[in-house]
Design a protein around this ligand. Structure first.
Ligand SMILES: [Zn+2]
Length: 263
């Protein structure tokens, strides 16, 4: 029951943010879109639907929830080794989970098999708030089980696991959005959080630049592991987005995008 109530917040907060960012993009777009909104947005809405169905099938909240509950009942997990105040446990869990997501993204770009799946996200030739929905269901399956395992190993409380998921989704929507932040604000935010201009570099058609700025929320991991890049060598205004080998409108199609890992 409590789980279902928390689950509603985990969906409602990112949904509101998506509407808000899409409105800002419509008024002050950062860059002109190459392929435009249609049929990209339709395709990304279908991505969202497929992942929602897949999430239901995997019972995402249940998988993470079961991991969190199981760890709690069995006093399993690193966080249960010491009696820490709740907020300290929550802060440690947030930082470790954020690193785990950074590392998963790093692996997605390293392993040829994982790259096939993750390349679907990168084949978008534009970047806007809906690109944050463009993840192949295979990637959702992998990350759900990966995160559930970490939640169980750490013994993350359910409330914290759901709060982290909401925080991560909110950050992904923000840093994929096509909004223009004042340069000074961008630089201050970047000290802690991945901004749209920072994530833009990661979506460059230049392979070397795709191997930078893996962060989804905190910027510390890219700084620590030497994968931080301020901006594209072409400059953020003229940088091209997508994959060099796909320079047509195919990524705007849903069926093509679903089949992309198998081609
Ligand atoms: Zn990537």
């Amino acid at each position: 029951m409590i789980q279902a109530g928390l689950g509603h917040y985990a969906i409602a907060i990112p949904a509101l943010l998506l509407v808000l960012l899409a409105s800002v993009e419509a008024i002050w777009p950062r860059r002109a879109l190459v392929l435009g909104r249609n049929p990209r947005w339709r395709t990304h809405a279908l991505f969202f639907l497929s992942n929602a169905i897949m999430g239901r099938f995997l019972s995402f909240l249940v998988v993470v929830g079961v991991a969190a509950n199981w760890a709690n009942v069995h006093h399993f997990g690193a966080l249960n080794l010491a009696a820490l105040p709740f907020w300290v446990e929550a802060a440690i869990a947030f930082v470790i989970l954020d690193f785990a997501v950074w590392f998963q993204h790093f692996l997605m770009h390293r392993s040829p098999l994982l790259w096939r799946i993750h390349a679907v996200h990168h084949s978008d030739r534009d970047l806007d708030v809906t690109t944050a929905l463009r993840f192949h269901p295979f990637e959702l399956i992998l990350s759900t089980f990966y995160k559930s395992a970490i939640v169980a190993l750490l013994g993350v409380p359910l409330l914290v696991a759901l709060a982290f998921e909401t925080w991560l989704n909110a950050n992904a929507l923000f840093n994929h959005s096509n909004i223009r932040l004042p340069r000074k604000l961008d630089r201050i935010l970047r000290l802690f959080l991945v901004t749209p201009d920072m994530h833009l570099v990661h979506h460059s058609i230049l392979v070397d630049e795709q191997k930078h700025n893996f962060g989804f929320a905190l910027t510390i991991w890219d700084r620590l592991f030497g994968t931080y890049r301020i901006e594209s060598i072409l400059g953020s205004e003229s940088q091209k987005i997508g994959l060099a080998e796909i320079d047509d409108a195919r990524p705007s199609g849903f069926i093509w995008s679903m089949k992309q890992p198998l081609t």
